[in-house]
Design a protein around this ligand. Sequence first.
Ligand code: CO8
Length: 258
Amino acid sequence: MTAPVVLLEHPAEGVAVVRINRPEARNALNIEVRKLIAKHLTELGEDDTTRCIVLTGNDKSFAAGADIKEMAGVGTMEMLARGTHKLWRAIAACPKPVIAAVNGFALGGGCELAMTCDIIIAGESAKFGQPEVKIGIIPGGGATQRLTRAVGKYKAMRYILTGDPFSAKEACDMGLVSEVVADDAVEKRAVEMAQQIATLPPLAILQAKETVLRGMDASLDTGLALETKAAQILFASQDQKEGMAAFIEKRKPKFQGR
Ligand code: CO8
């Protein structure tokens, strides 16, 4: 029996790893892979024991984009019927923090998948890019919007209009990547950060993620109002009482997620 194209692992308490597993196709995102990623992230989002998720590939490729062979001969009506944008939405809708651990290629839909995550840890040899124009299309998984919001119009245009790849260091310098580490340390670092997040009060983490994401699409004034409300709401949580009491009593807090 062949291994599933997406694997689910639990390396530490509160941490889930979702691993893309199509090495023979450089982890190209065919519909099956996308459906499984969406399914796992939806289920992990609802699972009380999962606090933080790491999304990764293998040492050669995070994901080399949408599966070109699966869409090369397809017409507009079939593309409409596939409705793959709904799968991207399911990933973006995960309420828990998702860390992309990127080694090797993060191209096209692979780069877009990483950008759907909240934090990107990349290996120093990782290669990012939006090469879609080279095959007669444009990005369809969010890059025209997410890359532009992350790095600004002029850098986004530079890479989307040429299809040129860029390095992990360039990505980090532009503000697309959160941290660059040695290639063989990527997953370890991502899991370590996920463990750190998993120990923090989950309601505060959920509110922080939601406020950052919703605020990005709002005016500064509306974003600040969202932040104020979210911060005020957390004063109804037991974890806020516990966190502040533990600080004052100079002890380690015990967060319950309530
Ligand atoms: N799709 C399908 N198969 C792929 C893909 C892909 N994206 N990438 C690699 N593969 C396959 C190759 O065809 C090859 O298969 P085979 O062994 O059967 O020939 C195998 O993986 C290994 O690939 P290479 O031999 O090319 O490996 P290299 O290490 O030499 O090169 C690269 C790796 C640089 C990643 C190279 O394979 C490459 O350039 N891949 C394509 C990258 C790309 O163009 N990605 C963008 C795709 S389009 C997209 O993501 C957005 C779609 C938006 C749709 C909009 C809908 C509304």
